[in-house]
Design a protein around this ligand. Structure first.
Ligand code: FES
Length: 169
């Protein structure tokens, strides 16, 4: 609480050339910085905030090949590998290389509509590793390469019945 109170008092103001530049952190937007720039008296004050989406929960369901559904929560910015690890989900062998893109054990299969909305396409390195995964589909990705966004809330991904640890090939 004392930390938060100190942040309320924290205010930094600096003059940059002819413009007025101020950076302030207030209790009302604790966790988010507000930056304002006033170029001249005719230009309105402009503000924006960052960090407000971090820490938002994202619900993810892992669907095993036997039909079992495992529901889990992640945070915006987590990878799907993080979700498995942080929720202590028992997927045998999953994430063996801990996200270093050398094993393919984090292979997951997306629904077409979810796959098409993924913000990032697979890199060449990910595609090379996916080639070594068992049960590869057109909507396969590696869970360690998928970072959760707010829009992914409610995502359902299928876990293949078999995994291949490319390091043991
Ligand atoms: S955890 Fe090994 S490639 Fe994703």
């Amino acid at each position: 609480m004392a930390f938060a109170q100190n942040l309320v008092r924290c205010s930094i103001k600096a003059a940059v050339s002819k413009n007025h530049f101020s950076l302030a952190k207030t209790a009302s937007n604790f966790g988010a910085y507000q930056l304002s720039t006033q170029f001249n008296s005719l230009q309105p004050l402009r503000t924006f905030s960052i960090g407000s989406q971090l820490h938002q929960d994202v619900n993810v369901t892992f669907l095993r090949a036997n039909g079992q559904k495992i529901q889990a929560k992640g945070k915006v910015g987590d990878t799907l590998l993080d979700v498995v690890v942080n929720n202590h989900i028992d997927l045998d062998g999953f994430g063996a290389c801990e996200g270093t893109l050398t094993c393919s054990t984090c292979h997951l299969i997306f629904k077409v509509q979810d796959f098409e909305k993924l913000p990032d396409k697979a890199s060449d390195e990910e595609l090379d590793m996916l080639d070594l995964a068992y049960e590869l589909t057109d909507t396969s990705r590696l869970g360690c390469q998928i970072t959760l966004t707010k829009d992914m809330d409610g995502l359902v991904v299928s876990v293949p019945a078999t995994i291949n640890d490319a390091r043991s090939a």
